[in-house]
Design a protein. Structure first.
Length: 60
């Protein structure tokens, strides 16, 4: 799995930046989100190699 240097987050594609922000806010503050939102952002992180695929999660 790829490691992300938060000091260089601005060098990542905007989709990855948004997905990282979503992941952080969801993880830290336990914001309630829809399965569709979670799937959308987690898929971006998986494709970028920043999150291991969740085998138990199916698409919306």
């Amino acid at each position: 799995m790829k490691k992300l240097d938060l000091n260089k987050l601005d060098e990542e594609p905007i989709e990855v930046q948004q997905a990282v922000a979503f992941y952080a806010s969801h993880t830290i503050s336990k914001v309630h989100v829809t399965t569709k939102e979670r799937y959308e952002y987690y898929s971006i992180l998986e494709e970028a190699g920043l999150l291991e695929p969740l085998k138990s999660v199916v698409g919306p």
